[in-house]
Design a protein around this ligand. Structure first.
Ligand code: AMP
Length: 216
């Protein structure tokens, strides 16, 4: 199954992607996580990307497309994958379509999580992410079993550098300008599955699996 989780920053894409990964045993491909790994490794791409990420902008399409091309060609993607945070521009979506056509793959569903900006800004305040595996938690709405420790890999939970209010506002602006046109793109492809992302994590998870079972 080839899936995508879609939505503005902070809607819970990463959280729901982890549930999909566990259920279907296919990899989660998060361009944000890959870029953060490059930042930590201080690679040339990482150093350039960090400046853009800290301002809430988008890393150039050419860089992201190269990263995705490499990742999708790995053998673990043969049985399916979950895209998280990619694509974010029309060009990225078009290249993905071409890439998947060439690999004789189809995008089965785009799971779109819908949450108003005001609630995203409220929620992002308590977000914590795992330094090692990128899993997301929330101190109030989706807390880890042990405070400060990741449920999945026991990594350390931290506050992301770009989760401060001003950067989040800028990331939301970027989303509305550059990424939201993809809603029409995937609606026209007939693969969009719209979910109410304002519900709690467990309810969204239930809605998502119910909707996916219907389609299978
Ligand atoms: P995320 O973890 O998905 O919220 O991504 C964090 C940051 O990484 C974003 O705010 C962008 O600066 C950058 N980024 C991640 N994915 C992409 C993408 N597909 N295209 C451009 N920039 C991206």
């Amino acid at each position: 199954m080839n899936l995508m989780v879609f939505g503005a920053p902070g809607v819970g894409k990463g959280t729901q992607a982890k549930f999909l990964m566990e259920e279907y045993n296919i990899p989660q491909i998060s361009t944000g996580d890959m870029l953060r790994a490059a930042v930590d490794d201080k690679t040339d791409i990482g150093i350039e990307a960090k400046k853009i990420m800290d301002k809430g902008g988008l890393v150039p399409d050419s860089v992201i497309i190269e990263i995705i091309k490499n990742r999708l060609s790995k053998t673990d993607c043969k049985k399916g994958f979950i895209l998280d945070g990619f694509p974010r521009t029309l060009l990225q979506a078009e290249v993905l379509k071409e890439l998947m056509d060439n690999m004789k793959m189809e995008l089965d569903k785009v799971i779109s999580l819908n949450v108003p900006d005001k609630l995203i800004i409220e929620r992002i305040n308590g977000r914590r992410v795992c330094l090692d595996c990128g899993a997301s938690f929330h101190v109030e709405f989706n807390s880890s079993k042990v405070k400060g420790i990741c449920d999945y890999c026991s990594g350390k939970l931290i506050i992301r550098d770009d989760d401060d209010i001003e950067t989040v506002k800028s990331r939301l602006q970027t989303y509305h300008k550059q990424t939201s046109p993809l809603i029409a793109f995937y609606t026209n492809m007939g693969v969009m599955l719209n979910l109410d992302g304002t519900k709690n994590v467990k309810q969204v998870k239930e809605d998502m699996f119910k909707a996916l079972v219907k389609f299978q």
